[in-house]
Design a binder for this molecule. Structure first.
Ligand SMILES: [Zn+2]
Length: 352
């Protein structure tokens, strides 16, 4: 599933005639791990980059045939498992990775009346765990979006209720294998983590995460930048801000781009938060409905207002290096019911 997604994204973002992406080598990367994660032999990467040895240097830019997956090895394309309850056919993925968003499809006469929960979220570090979810209408019935938080490796348990009948099941989850990135940022930057305005920033973002509005997008998600993507840090990268500091996951995808580069809304929605904040810098949050938000960090200028309705491709701001950032880049984050999910799984698609 994921290899196909990434290929699609690479094609989409790379433009016609170039299916390659630029990738900046991270601590812990080897030619072998990048080849595995890109789904190609080592020799292909060597050829593509005219490399005569397998040695890599952190910070070196490589051309990859497609974006590397976060996990060690992309799973084989899974066929959804199909089960039924109260006349409703339920299809669920057979395998998930941490950071995945996923679709649980319901069809049959009672599909719209079904209710879905994910009880495995109880006791996990998840916002609104085990929320009672009403399916979204879909062409072939209805669907519910689920998410696997970064750090989770235990199975996702689902519960589908149709009238008095209940179906339960579980989906296995695999973890990621990436080296730990040690940022060792200057204290002038990490001091922003102690900024008294930070609590207000977090509270405002958390309020946005609670929004539950109807789905408004009707077209696939588009890239936030029109220039060829140079991914500096992948989604799900584990890292520390200072030596010996706590390990944190990277909740978005970082695209290197010059200051002033236009940032485009990745899909239709309503702007729900705009401002300049200690951590996220110049920030725009768009609510796409269905519990899905897109967040754009570190902007030098924001060009939209709260309440403004935007369409896919609209310019919402400009790339900068505000907030906690050490180089001009766009941090794109997707939050499904408050939890970060892999942006690459949405770009070029209607659903993950
Ligand atoms: Zn980032």
């Amino acid at each position: 599933m994921n290899r196909r997604h990434f290929m699609l994204v690479a094609l989409l973002l790379g433009g016609l005639g170039s299916a390659q992406i630029s990738y900046v080598v991270q601590p812990g990367d080897t030619l072998y791990s990048l080849a595995t994660r890109s789904g190609v032999p080592v020799a292909t990467l060597q050829q593509l980059n005219h490399l005569t040895s397998t040695a890599l240097q952190v910070g070196q830019t490589l051309q990859l045939p497609r974006a590397p997956t976060v996990a060690g090895t992309a799973p084989a394309a899974p066929t959804p498992a199909t089960r039924s309850v109260g006349g409703v056919t339920v299809s669920v993925p057979t395998h998930l990775r941490m950071g995945d968003a996923f679709v649980l499809r319901l069809s049959g006469p009672g599909a719209a009346g079904a209710r879905v929960q994910f009880p495995s979220e109880v006791g996990e570090d998840v916002r609104q765990p085990n929320e009672l979810l009403t399916p979204l209408p879909a062409a072939d019935g209805a669907l519910v979006l689920g998410r696997v938080v970064l750090g989770k490796t235990t199975p996702v348990r689902y519960r589908v209720t149709v009238g008095a009948q209940v179906l339960t099941g579980e989906i296995p989850v695999s973890g990621q294998v990436t080296g730990l990135q040690q940022l060792n940022m200057a204290s002038s930057i990490t001091d922003k983590l102690m900024d008294p305005a930070r609590a207000a920033e977090e509270a405002e973002v958390e309020r946005a995460y609670l929004r539950r509005t109807p789905q408004v997008w009707t077209r696939p998600f588009a890239a936030p930048l029109t220039i060829p993507p140079r991914i500096a840090t992948v989604f799900g990268q584990s890292r520390t801000y200072s030596r010996g500091g706590p390990v944190q996951y990277h909740y978005g995808t970082d695209y290197l781009a010059p200051i002033g580069t236009d940032i485009h809304a990745i899909n239709d929605g309503t702007v729900v938060m705009v401002g300049t904040y200690p951590v996220r810098g110049g920030l725009v949050i768009i609510d796409h409905g269905a519990g899905l938000l897109s967040l754009y960090f570190h902007q030098s200028r924001t060009l939209v207002k709260v309440g403004q309705v935007v369409r896919r491709g609209d310019i919402i701001g400009r790339v900068g290096t505000t907030g906690i950032s050490n180089a001009p880049h766009l941090h794109l984050e997707l939050r499904l019911r408050g939890e970060a999910v892999e942006p690459a799984e949405w770009l070029g698609r209607m659903l993950p």
